[in-house]
Design a protein around this ligand. Structure first.
Ligand code: 5CU
Length: 377
């Protein structure tokens, strides 16, 4: 009997197109790209937690370099395809990396969104069937421009959704002013890929973090907590009930949601204010129900322990493999070879559900192909 090879799909994989890098090069506040005489590659400085080391390196040429090297992996399409080939990835759903267009003015963001989305569309058309994309919305623009952007990307052949940060229009994702956007996105059958950027306030990390702990605290803990808080606020505000067709993929296996959903549920059930206001009565959908009905999770969690929790929370039919390329490159082996960050995520899948199992094949690609319609042009 012929055995068909499983198809591997990477739904969490980013790029910064050259026009976006140009903007970052022209900036003096984060996000920015800066060249330092002591380093070969320019540095990409994105996070609030990197501001202190940026200031130190600007004043002292011997100080630790801020941010991360901006290598060809961030902007080159040829490099993306090489990465896919090296790791046996058949299809990638590419997206602009954080912080998207959040820092642009209301008058700039509409045009920039249009050009970035056209650029992603053109890149996908160079590799038909291998590349699709999540588009970017101009969240700082007026509502009319935002709605026009949703219509624009709905018409782009390889667009399968939108990538969204947690700030929304500036007040978070539980902001009622965002409802028309969620409604338009859902009506257009576009899946939201929710991704963190802002983390938690720097003070949470303590005075030693910037000098001694690298990027570990903001990336390992700040990002997942940010996602968890954003989605819990949406749940408490009833966004999922108001927009029943909204479908969201949560980055990093939902932050800590699979682990904390039970505690969130219990806090809701035992909250005097919510009970008094009639928000806990019959007909309420639990966090667990919303997770199983409107939420998908990526499988970017690097361990079978977290992955099993994610599978328990949403079901193996709602998990999708990802790499987070070009972030987390190998530091001691050739960047053109295999990345340990990728093999950790692939190994987590086989350890959680068994090598060669139907569930492994679904998580590695089958789910993404059917949920994101990757078999259709
Ligand atoms: O290393 C990082 O800072 C990041 C980032 O900014 N965005 C992301 O998706 N992964 C890692």
């Amino acid at each position: 009997m012929a055995t068909s090879k499983i198809r591997v799909v990477d739904i969490h994989t980013h790029m910064y197109p050259p026009s976006y890098i140009k903007i970052l090069e022209s900036r003096s506040a984060i996000p920015l790209v800066r060249t330092f005489p002591q380093a070969a590659d320019p540095r990409l400085i994105l996070l609030e937690a990197e501001v202190k080391s940026l200031e130190e390196a600007t004043q002292d040429a011997t100080a630790k370099l801020p941010g991360r090297p901006l290598t060809s992996h961030f902007a080159s399409l040829a490099q993306k395809v090489h990465f896919m080939d090296t790791h046996g990835i058949d299809i990638s759903v590419i997206s602009l990396a954080n912080p998207w267009l959040d820092f642009l003015s209301a008058s700039e963001s509409g045009k920039m969104a249009e050009s970035v989305n056209e650029e992603f569309s053109r890149m996908c058309s160079e590799h038909p069937g291998r590349l699709f994309f999540f588009a970017t919305l101009p969240l700082t623009a007026p509502l009319e421009t935002l709605l026009a952007a949703v219509s624009h990307v709905q018409g782009l052949k390889y667009c399968r959704g939108i990538i969204l940060g947690t700030s929304g229009l500036g007040k978070g994702l539980d902001d009622p002013a965002l409802l028309p956007i969620f409604e338009a996105v859902a009506a257009a059958h576009l899946t939201v890929f929710l991704h963190p950027h802002y983390g938690l306030p720097n003070e949470v990390w303590g005075p030693r973090a910037s000098a001694e702990y690298g990027h570990v605290l903001p990336l390992a803990l700040g990002f997942p907590m940010e996602t968890t808080i954003a989605v819990t606020r949406m749940y408490l505000a009833g966004v999922f009930d108001k927009v029943r067709d909204l479908r969201m993929i949560l980055a990093h296996s939902g932050g800590t949601l699979p682990f904390l959903a039970g505690r969130i549920e219990s806090c809701v059930l035992h909250d005097g204010q919510l009970v008094r206001e009639g928000k806990v009565g019959k007909g309420r959908r639990t966090v667990w129900e919303v997770l199983k009905e409107q939420i998908y999770l990526d499988a970017v969690i690097y361990s079978e322990v977290g992955l099993k929790a994610a599978i328990d929370a949403t079901g193996a039919d709602r998990l999708m493999f990802g790499t987070d390329h070009p972030f987390f490159p190998p530091l001691e082996t050739d960047e053109q070879g295999e990345w340990e960050s990728v093999s950790l995520n692939a190994a987590a899948v086989t350890k959680a559900v068994g090598e060669g199992s139907g569930e492994a094949s679904a998580i590695m690609g089958g789910n993404a192909i059917s949920i994101l319609r990757l078999d259709q042009d």
